[in-house]
Design a protein around this ligand. Sequence first.
Ligand code: C5P
Length: 217
Amino acid sequence: MRKIVIAVDGPAGAGKSTVAKIIANKLGINYIDTGAMYRAITYKALEKGIDINDNDRLINLCKSTEIDFQDENIYLDGKIVNEEIRQLQVSSNVSRVAQIKEVREIMVYLQRKMADRYSVIMDGRDIGSYVFPNADYKFFLTASVQERANRRYMELKNKGYDVTIEDIIKDIETRDKIDSEREFAPLVKAKDAIEVNTSNKSIDEVVHEILNCIKMG
Ligand code: C5P
């Protein structure tokens, strides 16, 4: 089987990770959650008490940090941090960290290295537009803010987090704004990406729609 790259981009809570994980399993390729990488470095900075506006310290922190994926787990310096990086405090600071060009360059280097080794479906904000402009397939998932917030709310509630829908709406709107307006590799639909509006669609329907576009071989 030839090596392929599938890019799945879109704003916060559009269903990218749920859908990408299922597709990865169905196609037998690796799923990489690039948002988790930016979350992991943000989590580490918060844990260390680093000022989230101190670019130099954040860049140095990034240079001395190991981020890796194995069996759907994200490892930060060798420790699994799947749950820790989902906290609202990480969510509300991650877009600020992800604005820093040098931090992005380190993450993009790692992402490209992964795709050199194996077939990937990668979700994020800039995968089709910047990280892999020549990806085999590019999808851009959208949904209304209300729908995206409802999904995130259910997901976090089910995991036992104490959140309100208002907090989530605010988080999503703020992150979308920062992510779309940043100077370097902003959130944008690549010209050749297929747009999939996931509002009022089941996960199965979205998976189906995407798989219909993909030819392996
Ligand atoms: O995908 P998720 O919502 O977990 O991403 C968290 C944050 O990481 C985004 O709001 C964005 O600031 C940043 N991010 C990014 N580029 C990516 C993936 C995520 O800037 N490729």
